[in-house]
Design a protein around this ligand. Structure first.
Ligand SMILES: [Zn+2]
Length: 151
């Protein structure tokens, strides 16, 4: 099998996330909550040549259909990724990512004095206050951060 054939090999059923920023696939899997310990067949291709972006990562998760609620969580890390839902080798849904209105428990607040960084068992929560560029406001300390500050 040539390298190209391997990369384009289709899955029968599942979710393919394409055009991930090169090198970010493992971070994306962690945010999606997919560790591999569930026994699912997961293919991760990193730093694949891409006509559009130079290099990209691709993730294929077989027999799993990820909801947009879940996949949208990765939009701050890789805003131009596309999610393809595959059934019987056909792409039945191709959806771009959308920035969610809030991010719960995903990122740590960069403010060391924020209550979420104390010993209190409080889950972090950020609200999207601006889309382009994305700005996030911490629900607890009220500070506003760019996406690179919280990731
Ligand atoms: Zn905070």
């Amino acid at each position: 099998m040539t390298e190209k054939e391997l990369l384009v090999q289709k899955i029968r059923n599942g979710t393919v996330i394409d055009h991930i920023v090169a090198g970010k696939a493992l971070q994306v899997l962690s945010i999606l909550g997919v560790s591999g310990s569930e026994g699912k067949t997961i293919t991760v291709a990193m730093n694949v040549p891409s006509r559009k972006y130079g290099r990209k990562d691709i993730i294929k998760i077989e027999n799993t259909y990820l909801s947009s609620e879940i996949t949208n969580k990765i939009s701050l890390i890789t805003p131009h990724a596309t999610v393809n839902i595959i059934k019987e080798y056909e792409v039945i849904e191709k959806r771009p990512l959308e920035l969610p209105e809030e991010f719960i428990g995903l990122f740590k607040c960069p403010n060391p004095n924020c209550i979420t960084n104390s010993d209190e068992p409080i889950e972090t929560k950020f609200y999207l206050t601006s889309k382009d560029p994305p700005l996030l406001r911490c629900r607890y300390c009220g500070r506003i951060y760019s996406s690179s500050e919280v990731i």
